[in-house]
Write a protein that binds this ligand. Structure first.
Ligand code: FMN
Ligand code: SF4
Length: 483
């Protein structure tokens, strides 16, 4: 993974764990209203794709085991991974684009309710993404993928297949001369659609099709028994791209902040109309895009106030995670939005700059929350990014940076960590070391596990493991009654 150069290797923060009585009186473990629901506490596990669905997007026993394990820790809320709203193949990622996905998702809901003893609120993140192709072999790119234009034809005489043949014979140093910027990028990185490709009908029509697709997905989530949906407006995906300052569409859905926020707000409106008033509709978006020419914290503050005014039930802030600065993938692999500087901002590691990886999204999220409050809204704001101690979480809440504290990697390292706090047993927390072994697995689409526990008890016959048998799939059980 990319890291700042030169880097400082930060130790994970020293901390002091609270007694059970202290935890009980803490803001982090106090209830909070989200929409018309109440969270038992302000602890939150944000969306994490574990690569455990079937190739056609269905819930598997491994998906159930993954969420059951988090639910045993009884966080205030648990958000199910980014789940596709379309009925199109997308590899082993969960989908909700058709009614046939409802029974599997309903089983997931029942599993979480049982394991958390009804304590954890369960939301599902719903996502749309545009097509991204793998980086091609150059010969194949010139033979099949490149759309020939008069420019290419003017460079070489002959039929189209002769032009393709001549292009394919050129040395690499000649590619920038014969290809335009976009063609060169498709060759070097793999083709990637953008929301600004309005010459393509399916991209032009996104504002007409997405509200209904999101609304149908949300309605299925409600039928499956979820407490709410989270509109994925963060990172590298479609709704985030509409919000981006780089979105210069000229059809009323790009350019100014009002126009960039228009589609996410229309999606929200359609979703809200499709579900009951008790059903929570929240949104995850970026406090900062962290790319050149991208949206800033001022944009995010404006969006936050607009989303709150529109009636969104919560705002969850992430940062970065964009395709624009992602590393060049190997041939045969697709770009991954967490490999460049903005990816680092999303999931920072201990190899950091002077600012360090812990609570890196704090100031930006605080600014968004302040804008929401200035707009007269009490909409809860969720903060994530390198938060792994009680002291950090409590201080962030008390200082007004956020209303809810989310932890992804620390919860993966130890899904029981919230419960351990409540029981005054924080000293037993298995602490995340923030070196991103888990994120490396996500990058190569392998089942996500944590290096701190995935080799434990592999000799035991009942240990759930990956297909190759080399890693356990969920954190070992924790028995609160054991000394
Ligand atoms: C393996 C993995 C998968 C993730 N998948 C998602 C996802 O589906 N949707 C999302 O919004 N964020 C996703 N994230 C980002 C996390 O929700 C979180 O914002 C990020 O890891 C920073 O929080 P942390 O420092 O507590 O880990 C993922 C993170 C990891 C490590
Ligand atoms: S592998 Fe485990 S310890 Fe390492 S960053 Fe991921 S959750 Fe933390």
């Amino acid at each position: 993974m990319w890291h700042p150069e030169p880097f400082i290797k930060h130790p994970i923060p020293a901390t002091r764990w609270p007694t059970a009585a202290e935890a009980q009186g803490a803001l982090w473990f106090s209830p909070l209203r989200v929409g018309r629901l109440e969270l038992a506490e302000r602890t939150w596990v944000p969306a994490m794709v574990p690569w455990r669905a079937t190739d056609d997007g269905q819930v598997t026993p491994e998906v159930l085991a993954w969420y059951e394990r988090f639910a045993r820790g009884q966080p205030g809320a648990l958000v199910v991974e980014a789940t596709g709203i379309r009925d199109i193949p997308s590899g082993p990622l969960l989908r909700i684009g058709d009614d046939r996905f409802i029974p599997g998702l309903a089983e997931l809901v029942r599993t979480v309710r049982r394991a958390s003893e009804g304590r954890t609120r369960l939301f599902i993140q719903i996502i749309d993404f545009l097509r991204i192709r793998r980086r091609p072999e150059p010969a194949r790119f010139f033979r099949e993928y490149l759309t020939l234009t008069d420019r290419h034809r003017s460079l070489f005489p002959g039929s189209d297949s002769e032009v393709r043949g001549a292009l394919a014979m050129l040395p690499e140093s000649e590619w920038p001369r014969v290809l335009d910027e976009r063609e060169f990028e498709s060759l070097a990185y793999g083709e990637r659609e953008r929301v600004t490709d309005t010459h393509l009908p399916h991209i032009r029509e996104l504002p007409q099709v997405l509200p209904d697709l999101f609304a149908a997905a949300a309605s299925r989530a409600q039928q499956a028994g979820f407490d709410g949906v989270e509109l994925h407006c963060a990172h590298a995906y479609t709704l985030a791209s509409f919000l981006s300052a780089r979105n210069q569409r000229t059809d009323g859905y790009g350019g100014t902040r009002e126009r960039r926020a228009r589609l996410p707000l229309e999606v929200f409106g359609a979703v809200r109309r499709a579900v009951s008033g008790r059903f929570v509709v929240g949104c995850r978006f970026l406090a900062e895009e962290c790319i050149e020419g991208g949206s800033t914290v001022e944009d995010a503050a404006w969006f936050g106030a607009a989303f709150a005014r529109a009636g969104m039930d919560y705002l969850s802030l992430s940062r970065g995670g964009k395709f624009e600065d992602a590393k060049q993938p190997r041939v045969g692999w697709a770009r991954y939005p967490y490999t460049g500087p903005s990816g680092y901002e999303c999931m920072p590691t201990v190899r950091s700059d002077a600012r360090g990886p812990f609570g890196r999204n704090r100031e930006a999220t605080h600014a968004v929350r302040a804008a929401v409050r200035a707009a007269g809204r009490e909409t809860p704001v969720v903060l994530a990014g390198g938060i792994s101690t009680f002291e950090q979480a409590e201080e962030l809440l008390r200082s007004g940076a956020a209303d809810i504290i989310a932890s992804a990697r620390q919860s993966l390292a130890d899904p029981d960590w919230f419960r351990k706090h409540r029981l005054g047993r924080g000293a037993e927390v298995r602490r995340c070391v923030f070196t991103n072994y888990c994120e490396g697995l996500d990058q190569v689409h392998k089942p996500v596990t944590c290096k701190l526990w995935d080799h434990e008890d592999l000799d035991q016959p009942d240990t759930p493991r990956t297909a190759d048998g080399r890693r356990r799939l969920v954190a070992p059980p924790w028995d609160p009654d054991a000394a």
